[in-house]
Design a protein around this ligand. Sequence first.
Ligand code: PMT
Length: 401
Amino acid sequence: MNNLLEKKILLIICGGISAYKSLELIRLLKKNGSEIKTILTKSAKEFVTPLSVASLSQEKVYDDLFNSDNESEMDHISLSRWADVILVAPTTANTISKLSTGVSDDLASTVILASNKDIFLTPAMNVRMWEHPSTKENLKKLKSYGYKLIGPEKGDMACGEFGEGKMTEPKEILKEIQIYFNNLDKNKSFKALVTAGPTNEYIDPVRFITNKSSGKQGYALAKSLAKKGFKTTLISGPTNLEIDNSINLISVETADEMFKATQNNLPVDVAIFSAAVADFKVKEKKKEKIKKKEYSNLELEKNRDILNYVSKHNSLRPKLVIGFAAETNNIQENAKRKLTEKNCDWIIANDVSNKLIGFDSDFNEVSIFYKKKEIKDEKLLMKKKSEISDEIIDRVIKQLN
Ligand code: PMT
């Protein structure tokens, strides 16, 4: 498995006794064809010299946030954009603590905070430090932010104690990075489409029918897909959210526009319908603003069901069609009915009567119902929408492969 050719790895070395292992790691990564840039924290320089790191990586070593030479050549934002992945090895308890609160007081922590890439942490510390509740709490937070962990391992420590906290061996770290790029490369052949947000159904030029969807769930799904290498199109109703350029964002306003945008972006391998599309539109939208005295009953007609159209399409049906179900009662029964009626492979139901989750919340709790009888239905307990999305996309990848 040599898939590291020309992969750009930013290696951040923190100050710990295992920093010497990062030299071997650089050697292995270089041998496998990757390009490496390195950042040394101030305390890392107490354990390894910039000269040895520069010799092995055959690149200049970055170490100072306030160095005008560095900043003009490659500033802290460019460094994080340059990388395909960031690897922090070793990661000290101090760095873990800083990252968990967003402290950015040196080049390493600033680059990490500014990064839009996956970040692997390889913790290395004394067993008591590793087991300390504050380290555990900080790591829990970092995991919820999407940081990935490699190790640590159990064994004899440099300080003479025994336990968990040893940095994973460079050979094993290399394997993890290879697996990561292998999966990413595989996923690059997949196309994904996500619908998100509400739709606005106009009554007259300034008034419309809409709902409370913020788009957060759909945007998080699109981000998780893109992060995993999928070519992702996000068709979004009006929201206040932003998304980075790696995602093809198509902004729409009405259900009709969302329907057309979806049609225009088929075929895909997986389509996820998280938008809260208005079921009805006004039969006759007034060209001018309706005056108070002109008000009468609004005549409504049904919008086209986008999910239904895609999932029943003869030739363009994606391999995997996933619908959402926003329910306030009889969740399982209603979700399963939608699974069958809308010909989905999965329906992901959320209880929108619970104000802590669902519409406009940063959190969600979902039940996944599968068409295939051999896959057991699942519940993902309350977490950030970004975490729920990562878990959903892990399942998507498993299914597509
Ligand atoms: O946007 P957030 O604030 O983050 O909130 C997320 C959410 C609660 C909106 C999301 O998690 C969710 O549940 N989305 C689906 C909402 C919904 O409209 O559910 P539904 O049960 O009415 O529709 C079932 C499915 O059909 C959905 O996948 C929906 O996108 C799709 N549909 C519905 C009507 C229509 N005309 N076209 C569709 O594609």
